[in-house]
Design a protein around this ligand. Structure first.
Ligand code: GLA
Length: 730
């Protein structure tokens, strides 16, 4: 068992191969956080915490000794209103109006297997995989509010998950105003906070700041995680690098409003929290009601970011999504969006597909515009019936022609949205999120359906499943093209409007359960104006997510770099698009566009009917290369060799097969670099003593020589050019 409770010392130990996580019940019943980090001995480490900090102005709970303060001791789940002034893990407004929660240990359960959560996605253990769980109950004896902390331990993957439920075991209703999925206390400073910020067309750029007494905080109040911040962060030693230093990666499995923060307290101790954003959040818990907070995944490494990343990638690849496409090869697709936008008909679609086949594509995706009266973004959303006039007949006829050309067929949906100019809105104006007496804000001419309502979900499930069940559709792109405003549900009374944001997320997961899980043979790809909904929860349903609407290869090196810290390469939707790029006007060679898209799911997003034969041949060559390297890219270990944000003038990354027998190194020049310079690119993760050759070059070296001396890269190849080195053990 990877989880132990020592009744003598009242400590809990959670152990993975490389990590220890220790908690202890204090003499007064509070659950203290004793340690999380590199594996330690099985000692009684309470001695390390014997010296308490002097508690000037730090309250002492009634009945406790004078040096005992919740404000200074490391808490496992911090209380609120009773003496800890740092980030609370929970805020409860009790029936008498008081703001207080003080959880004391009540009991625990340790069991084999991974816990699951009601209504929310969570990681699972595979057959024959060792995973254990523990639930620890903390109860407020005055109000009866009971918090249960959940921990899942994936021993071999070095991953610990956390989640929380809150149950009202009192006799009067309480209002839950804040709930964090985890809180981690460190009795030290010296951390940096790394997060991934941006906007639509430029998601998950990397920012690193020192954790000080002023909070480092990121959040979303947009209803989805959004483009501006991502619910994956790293707390690390200030000198941590790819290969050095302690780092604590955290990813929240939640597709709604989130908050993550790290801050030093007055004694230079660090508290790190993550959970649902308390802004505009309130959940009323009647007697016996239970609230479930989302799961957080913690990946700890004592050896820098690369190991943390590999652990994240392995768990998201193997323990999040049950789609057959997690193991089975995924098709290379060609999508018509950048080629046609709304301006197409059935024949044009079939032509793009037929020419796409010449590029080596296996799947054609018909993007937005095939339904209702959808000829621009101002009409049709919500009307999930085929526009036969535009398609020149039945959808099934177009699909047949695409299938006859040798391609699978995929279709675009944006289920949670509605245009005012749609039959759905004309029939059900009350089905949208809007505040009585206000005109709701529009974004891309659309409103958001109130999917907290069962009748709205029923309509969506029926109309979408009808299309999926009556046509040979093998792929779905599920989009979401605006944030939530005017959040108010006609279904809820005024006391419960603070629940709507979260209920929207629950409604969304219910839609995914009823549409995605009922179609196990369809490959689903998530999307939200590119990567506005790129989070671990989505990866529990969809093997891949469109990374960004920014298809400029140079910007993509930065977007994919940031995305890679937590999320696997196999999840990053990446396509070759036409040049000059529609968003930046930049021209980049096919070779570089392909090299960058290969570090993702690979596909095409261009008008194949407008390409020359030579261009098609070139594309077919890159598709073939991608297919050749598919296993290393999709299932191998990913290394960031240099940062695209550095001033070296180039960036490099690498995919290494798990058995270290082969790897693919890609280098892209970000500037035109002078002739006299040769850069030495140092691959990582090779077998030190094995001999490797670089395909197409007369270089044969031991792994340790290659990794330490590097392989020469002639930088005089021009700006935005690239080289790929396929290295194989002999
Ligand atoms: C979003 C997506 C695009 C495309 C359009 C269609 O912006 O990110 O890829 O599907 O919607 O409207």
């Amino acid at each position: 068992m990877s989880i132990q409770f020592d009744a003598q010392t009242k400590t809990f130990r959670l152990e993975t191969l490389k990590t220890s996580y220790v908690m202890g019940i204090s003499e007064y019943g509070h659950l203290l956080h004793l340690y999380f980090g590199k594996k330690i001995g099985n000692d009684d480490i309470r001695v390390l915490f014997a010296g308490k900090i002097k508690t000037g102005f730090c309250p002492v709970p009634n009945g406790c000794d004078k040096k005992y303060s919740l404000n200074t001791l490391p808490q496992e789940f911090s209380s609120d209103g009773v003496g800890d002034f740092r980030y609370p893990s929970i805020t409860v407004v009790n029936s008498d109006g008081s703001y207080a929660f003080e959880g004391k240990y009540e009991g625990h359960r340790i069991y084999k297997g991974k816990y699951r959560l009601d209504g929310l996605p969570s990681l699972f253990a595979n057959e024959n995989e060792k995973a254990d769980s523990i639930e620890i109950d903390l109860k407020d004896s005055v109000t009866g509010v009971c918090v249960t902390l959940y921990y899942g331990v994936f021993e071999e993957k070095n991953i610990i998950t956390r989640a929380v439920t809150v149950k009202n075991e009192g006799s009067l209703p309480v209002s839950l105003r804040r709930i964090m999925s985890f809180s981690l206390d460190f009795r030290r400073s010296g951390f940096d906070f790394i997060h991934f910020y941006g906007h639509a067309y430029l998601e998950r750029l990397t920012e690193r700041q020192h954790v000080t007494h002023a909070a480092c905080e990121i959040s979303s109040a947009k209803g989805i995680p959004g483009h501006e911040h991502n619910p994956s962060v790293i707390l690390c030693d200030s000198d941590a690098t790819e290969d050095f230093g302690e780092c604590y990666g955290a990813a929240l499995l939640y597709t709604g409003n989130f908050l993550c923060g790290a801050k030093l307290d007055q004694f230079n101790q660090t508290r790190f929290v993550m959970g649902i954003n308390p802004e505009k959040f309130e959940f009323i818990l009647g007697c016996k009601d239970k609230f479930t907070a989302p799961e957080a995944v913690l990946s700890y490494s004592s050896e820098g970011f690369a190991v943390m990343t590999h652990q994240f990638h392995d768990i998201f690849r193997e323990n999040a999504c049950k789609s057959k496409y997690m193991k089975q090869r995924r098709p290379v697709l060609v999508n018509n969006w950048e080629a046609t936008r709304f301006d197409f008909n059935g024949d044009k679609i079939v032509d793009i597909a037929i020419e796409g086949k010449k590029l080596g594509a296996d799947l054609f995706v018909l993007d937005d515009g095939w339904f209702g009266k959808r000829n621009s973004d101002s009409a049709g959303l919500g009307d999930w019936t085929v526009n036969r006039e535009k398609m020149g007949g039945e959808l099934s006829d177009v699909i047949k022609r695409v299938n006859d050309a040798g391609l699978m067929f995929g279709l675009w949906f944006e289920p949670e949205m509605i245009n005012e100019d749609s039959d759905l809105y004309r029939n059900h104006p009350d089905w949208v999120l809007k505040i009585p007496g206000r005109n709701p804000a529009l974004c891309r001419n659309q409103l958001v359906l109130d999917i907290t309502r069962p009748d709205v979900r029923e309509y969506l499930i029926k109309s979408i499943n009808d299309i999926l069940d009556n046509n040979n559709i093998e792929y779905v792109k599920w989009d979401f093209n605006r944030y939530l405003t005017d959040v108010y549900s006609l279904l809820a009374d005024s006391r419960h409007q603070g629940e709507v944001f979260h209920r929207f997320v629950l409604g969304f997961y219910n839609l995914l359960d009823s549409i995605i899980l009922t179609h196990p043979d369809i490959l689903f790809e998530g999307c939200s104006g590119g990567g506005g909904r790129f989070d671990g929860a989505m990866l529990c349903y969809q093997p891949q997510i469109w990374c960004s609407d920014q298809t400029d290869a140079v910007w993509r090196t930065k977007i994919q770099y940031g995305t890679s810290f937590a999320y696997p390469v196999s999840s990053m939707g990446a396509h070759v698009s036409a040049c000059p790029n529609k968003k930046t006007g930049r021209t980049v060679s096919f070779k570089t566009r392909a090299a960058v898209a290969m570090s993702g799911t690979f596909g095409y997003e261009l008008d194949t009917t407008k390409m020359t034969d030579q261009e098609k041949e070139e594309c077919a060559h890159y598709t073939e290369l991608f297919k050749k390297y598919y296993d290393i890219i999709t299932f191998g270990d990913y290394y960031r060799l240099t940062s695209p944000f550095s001033n070296s003038g180039y960036c490099a990354w690498e995919h290494v097969s798990k058995d270290k027998s082969e790897c693919l190194v890609t280098v892209v020049t970000l500037e035109a670099l002078p002739q006299e310079h040769t850069a030495y690119i140092k691959p990582k993760g090779l077998d030190e003593n094995a001999i490797y050759i670089i395909e197409g070059a007369d270089i044969k070296l031991t792994g340790k020589t290659m990794m330490n001396a590097g392989i020469p890269f002639n930088m005089f190849i021009g700006q935005y050019e690239s080289r790929q080195y396929y290295i194989k053990k002999i």
